[in-house]
Write a new protein. Structure first.
Length: 420
């Protein structure tokens, strides 16, 4: 579709695209929502076929990386989650055509700043087939066209899900070009993002640091960085032990996700520190975690004690490993978090509300928590519905990227011959 100005028409929620060739009616909100509802129905109806396709991908995968296998595997629970994501997205307010600012100029011009779709979005992601549904759902609801470049390890599952997308679009007479699946090798992907033949407006590399570095090296397309976690938790001197243990264990309840917990910093002023450290380390080991206790600052003796190399502090584990370290103060905890974390999520466990507020204000992460798990950094858990990614940068948006963040804005100025 040619570049155009978009105006919202109430109450049908239709969009009028005005360009040099005339006026074209874009998809109404009702039609977009019906596509998403159709897709949800198809996903549930095709559960057996989706799981069968996924089994082909699982058999082809060598299974060496447990976290990769977890992201790749599709269960009946994940199938339902994909369908639910479509329905939740359909129920959300349409983000396009919203007035952000209005001004009546003294010369009579009417000035409106309103939301418009980004246009064309490319997302490159690894292993997770549910991204094929959620990413496209958020992009489509916001009026964008999306190109999905999934990993080769999920090809059978992704191909089937893309076919379901096209069926849902065709049923409503909507252009299937809104959702495009790309099966490309690394060389072809590099050429795609370098030459940009589709004139993408935005690219989202959703995965590890190698993928993000690859995109940044070979493309000048605006990027939203998503993927790296390496999340920190600080235990304050007034923290409740049982609460701290529960939140830490929950932070490692799934090792394959970017909101998993990797580093735990414990205040030296925590009462009965040595006993609590021993109990905490033992409880985490019994939960199946590999506990690495940094010997720097730990006064007692424990089998897990070892020096933690600096490179490990930067590392997102995506494994059962977790690091414990005693720190002298909250200020030291904040410094370490800001130095080494991925800027994704951090949490403080404390009964001191003032301390919690200071920690949350000073830690430089997209999401900060007081007495809650980092596992809540998720669009659905934060009331945003399906998400396309979780941004760890500050522009264009930060944290979960959902329907409301997949728009840009445009100044619409209405006059009757005014000149300056």
């Amino acid at each position: 579709m040619p570049s155009c100005d978009v105006a919202l028409v109430e109450p049908e929620k239709a969009y009028i695209c005005r360009n040099r060739t005339g006026t074209v009616i874009m998809e109404t909100r009702a039609k977009k929502d019906q596509v998403l509802k159709n897709l949800a129905t198809l996903i549930l109806e095709q559960e057996a076929a989706i799981i069968s396709a996924n089994e082909q991908d699982l058999k082809a995968y060598d299974g060496a990386d447990e976290s990769m296998y977890d992201r790749l595997k599709v269960s009946p629970v994940k199938v339902k989650a994909m369908a639910d994501a479509c329905l939740e997205t359909a129920a959300m307010e349409d983000p396009v055509g919203k007035s952000l600012y209005e001004f009546s100029h003294p010369n009579g011009m009417q000035v409106v700043n309103q939301t418009v779709p980004f246009g064309k979005i490319l997302i490159i992601y690894e292993s997770r087939p549910d991204v094929t549904i959620e990413a496209a759902a958020t992009a489509f609801k916001a009026g964008n066209k999306i190109w999905l470049k999934g990993g080769k390890e999920a090809l059978h599952t992704n191909t089937l899900l893309a076919e379901l997308w096209h069926s849902a679009l065709e049923t409503e007479g909507v252009d299937t070009g809104y959702v495009n699946y790309l099966n490309l090798d690394r060389a072809a992907t590099q050429k795609l993002i370098k030459d940009n033949p589709y004139r993408f407006d935005l690219i989202i590399p959703r995965g590890g640091e190698r993928l993000i570095a690859f995109v940044r090296e070979h493309s000048n397309i605006p990027v939203i960085v998503s993927g790296r976690g390496n999340n920190f938790l600080y235990v304050g001197a007034s923290a409740d032990y049982d609460m701290a243990l529960s939140i830490i264990k929950n932070g490692k309840s799934r090792i394959s996700v970017c909101n998993a917990l990797d580093k735990v910093l414990i205040d030296r002023g925590w009462p009965e520190l040595e006993d609590k450290l021993q109990h905490l380390s033992s409880a985490l080991s019994e939960a199946g975690l590999e506990v690495i206790a940094d010997q720097d600052g730990w006064a007692g003796r424990h089998d897990a004690l070892q020096p933690v190399p600096e490179a490990m502090w930067y590392e997102e584990f995506l494994s059962h490993r977790i690091v414990l370290k005693v720190v002298d103060s909250m200020e030291q905890g904040i410094t370490l978090t800001n130095q080494y974390s991925g800027g994704h999520s951090a949490t403080i466990v404390t009964e001191d509300a003032a301390q919690a507020r200071a920690f949350m204000e000073e830690v430089d992460c997209a999401a900060v928590y007081h007495n809650a798990s980092t596992r809540f950094t998720d669009g659905g858990q934060l009331g945003m519905g399906a998400e396309i990614a979780i941004s760890t940068q500050k522009l264009h948006a930060r944290g979960p990227i959902s329907v409301g963040q997949l728009v840009s804005n445009k100044w619409m100025v209405y006059g009757n011959g005014q000149i300056r």
